[in-house]
Design a protein around this ligand. Structure first.
Ligand code: SAM
Ligand code: SF4
Length: 335
């Protein structure tokens, strides 16, 4: 099949344009956040995860099909050996407008400058609390100071934008939302609050009981900050507000209280090479099998990607108060 037969954009059966790919380059992580993983996790053997060359090959195929934004995530992407080299190669794909990264920040102090040089435009850094003991308790293994140093290094490297991602759990860190926004304002960065999603079985807490809605967070913040509603969209599910007299935007990712599926523009590639059409469903295509069965055949690969649009579900199936139907933990797909 010649190149000209391919559509220049991926469109699903609901007419949504898919131009954003998230790639989990590893399921491994140096943290064990209580909402993301069970304490005792088994990770995939190396042979089962995509090689860096395979990830590069897949990224090129998606870019040729109109994907203009790629987010590298994990697991913790920066603990994978060769992550920087991969980012450098991805940064050279001309049609990609945005190469961005989500990280827990633990490795940023030593990698921020190299990431900027590789062409990473923006970074999301997870930070749920500013209290060192609580940070240790939520991440199970993390060190707050290391992450704060990482954020400082990222600031010095002058990315286009930095954003904090905070998952808010009732009676855990919900009373810290004002402090987190103040931290973002002081550092001239953005922040998004995320409602916990029921992905994978965890025993550490009851997800229904820990639910703290975006509306509750918004009214907590309104007591201290003036939030100005913004019509600005960043190509994601966040609803944005500007904090008056600052450059900080506050976003709310509300899978439970505000369904955003009708605007979905993204698909996700898991560490083991499964193209996941929706975070809250299991519809997927095994792209690893396709590239390993047809090495170097980009025509077959691209046709599989185009065909996958036919099984992208209309919306997620998260049910907060029931046992999760989605057994994969967030580290498989990268949030
Ligand atoms: N390790 C990196 C990090 O923590 O930023 C990247 C991967 S992590 C899975 C991506 C994002 O997903 C993080 O902001 C994390 O807080 C969020 N996350 C993890 N599990 C979640 C869950 N069950 N519900 C909502 N967000 C979750
Ligand atoms: Fe690791 Fe990120 Fe999951 Fe925390 S949220 S365990 S840092 S992958």
């Amino acid at each position: 099949m010649s190149q000209s037969f391919y559509p220049s954009q991926l469109i699903d059966r609901f007419g949504r344009k898919v131009d954003y790919l998230r790639i989990s380059i590893t399921d491994r992580c140096d943290f064990r956040c209580v909402y993301c993983m069970a304490e005792d996790m088994t990770f995939l053997p190396r042979a089962q995860i995509l090689s860096l060359e395979e990830i590069h090959q897949l990224a090129i195929a998606f870019a040729e099909l109109g994907v203009t934004k790629i987010r590298i995530t994990g697991g913790e992407p920066l603990v994978r050996k060769g992550a920087l080299e991969l980012l450098e190669k991805l940064g050279q794909i001309e049609s990609l407008n945005e190469l961005v990264l989500t990280t827990n920040g633990s490795q940023l102090a030593s990698t921020a400058q190299a990431l900027k040089k590789a062409g990473v435009k923006r970074i999301n850094i997870s930070l749920d609390t500013l209290d060192a003991d609580k940070f240790k308790a939520i991440t199970r293994t993390g060190d707050l100071q290391q992450v704060l140093s990482g954020i400082a290094a990222a600031k010095s490297a002058k990315f286009e934008r930095l954003k904090i991602n905070s998952v808010i759990l009732k009676n855990r860190n919900h009373h810290e939302v004002c402090g987190l926004v103040q931290f973002a304002v002081d550092n001239e960065i953005d922040i998004s609050f995320i409602e916990e999603m029921p992905l994978g079985i965890i025993n550490e807490h009851n997800r229904g009981a820990a639910y703290y809605s975006s509306n509750e967070i918004r009214s907590d913040l309104a007591k201290r900050f003036q939030l100005i509603a913004s019509i600005e969209k960043t190509g994601g599910p966040s609803n944005y507000f500007k904090v008056a007299d600052s450059s900080t935007r506050v976003g709310f990712i509300s899978p439970h209280s505000e369904n955003f599926c009708h605007t979905c523009n993204r698909v996700r590639l898991t560490a083991e090479g499964r193209l996941l059409l929706c975070l809250g469903n299991e519809h997927s295509v095994d792209l690893k099998h396709i590239i390993r069965s047809h090495p170097g055949n980009s025509a077959i690969l691209k046709k599989s990607i185009i065909d996958s649009m036919q099984i992208k579900p209309e919306k997620h199936e998260f049910k907060l108060h029931e046992q999760p139907v989605i057994l994969r933990h967030m580290n498989m797909t990268g949030g």
